[in-house]
Design a protein around this ligand. Structure first.
Ligand code: 13P
Ligand code: SF4
Length: 343
């Protein structure tokens, strides 16, 4: 029974004391987040991971986040992901072989005029690729600053792996849509809307399957029915959705907006279900709904559940480190170059 699992998890957590630190991403389930020593978005969690001294860092989030934590902690500290199946489908949309091939082609087209940027939602190998090619990582909370930085370095940038965050950020900075090309990693082809020399941004053709579930029709239906409801979405939603919403921003931005809003105000939020449900529960005096009435869970984030958490904790109590995430030193060294520019 759940109550017994909670007792076991709490007991194991207590025994481990300050040898253990638990990080919880905002998209995690309530049954898991209650054990987190700190909750945050991916930027906050990677910063916090790097400043911890605990022997064990248990990451309740997805694989790329645990990799980043391993890169930013010491080799003696063990980073643990309670379920190895907790990946990110977006991160998996850019593998290193595809990326190296794309880079070679792009160098043929544009010579040394491109700098790569990668969303932190990418594998350590992609972060390392970006680091050794002079680029940086970005998160949804600093994408605009990082894109401005990149375009201050070189005439154009390659943005991996989320085309939507890349496009929405570039539009925000005034870059015309026609000057954004798309790199299709499957066809290994550049989709152009302008002359080659006018391209400023090359967007990797990746996406988040959760945020793709928010559609323009959801915004239009709500606008029609309830014009006074504020529409607030994550920039992993398509440009078509972001451009007709009232506000768009990172996970932290979404939480801060709700916190700062007036009691009685009405909101429709376009992001992951666990976060939307938590905001509904934490702010009962605001009227909050999901922009997609069916709610959109991130299935891989949800793989971290109470049974897996309890298992990981009890194994640690027995001195066994299960599901340790390690990044090899060479990859880590190059990835750090990309991460440090951002941090
Ligand atoms: P944040 O960078 O806003 O935490 O988002 C992480 C993520 O996976 C969004 O889908
Ligand atoms: Fe990846 Fe999307 Fe899940 Fe975030 S919500 S972890 S981007 S699949």
């Amino acid at each position: 029974p759940t109550s017994e699992l909670h007792e076991r998890a709490a007991r194991a957590r207590n025994i481990l004391g300050d040898r253990l630190f638990i990080l919880g991403h905002h998209y995690q389930k309530d049954e898991v987040i209650r054990y987190a020593d700190v909750t945050g978005d991916s930027l906050q969690l990677s910063q916090i991971a790097g400043s911890q001294t605990a022997d064990y860092i248990l990451f309740c989030g997805v694989h790329f986040m645990a990799e980043t934590a391993d890169i930013l902690t010491t080799p003696e500290q063990a980073v643990i992901l309670p379920d190895m199946r907790a990946g990110c489908s977006m991160a998996d949309m850019a593998n290193i072989d595809q990326t190296e091939r794309a880079w070679q082609k792009l160098q043929e087209y544009f010579g040394d005029t491109i700098v790569p940027l990668t969303y932190v939602n990418s594998t350590a190998a992609i972060k390392a690729f970006v680091g050794r090619n002079g680029g940086a990582t970005v998160t949804s909370s600093n994408a605009a600053e990082m894109v401005e930085w990149a375009l201050g370095q070189k005439q154009r940038m390659l943005f991996l792996p989320d085309q939507h965050l890349g496009r929405n950020t570039a539009v925000k900075l005034g870059i015309p849509l026609e000057q954004m090309a798309i790199w299709d990693p499957v066809k290994q082809k550049l989709e152009l809307q302008c002359e080659l020399e006018d391209v400023q941004v090359i967007l990797w053709k990746g996406h988040c399957s959760v945020h793709m579930n928010f559609l323009p029709k959801h915004v239009e239906i709500l606008r029609d029915k309830e014009p006074d409801r504020n529409i607030l979405v994550h920039p992993e939603c398509t440009y078509e959705v972001v451009s007709i919403s009232d506000y768009a921003g990172s996970t932290k931005y979404i939480i801060d907006m709700i916190e700062a809003s007036e009691p009685g105000s009405k909101w429709a939020i376009g992001t992951e279900m666990n976060l939307v449900n938590r905001l509904i529960k934490d702010y009962p005096d605001r009227d909050i709904v999901s922009l997609n009435p069916y709610m959109c869970p991130c299935l891989t984030m949800n793989r971290i559940d109470l049974p897996h958490l309890t298992w990981a904790l009890e194994e640690l109590v027995e001195g066994r480190v299960i599901n340790r995430i390690t990044v090899d030193p060479k990859t880590a060294e190059e990835a750090v170059m990309a991460l440090e520019k951002m941090l």
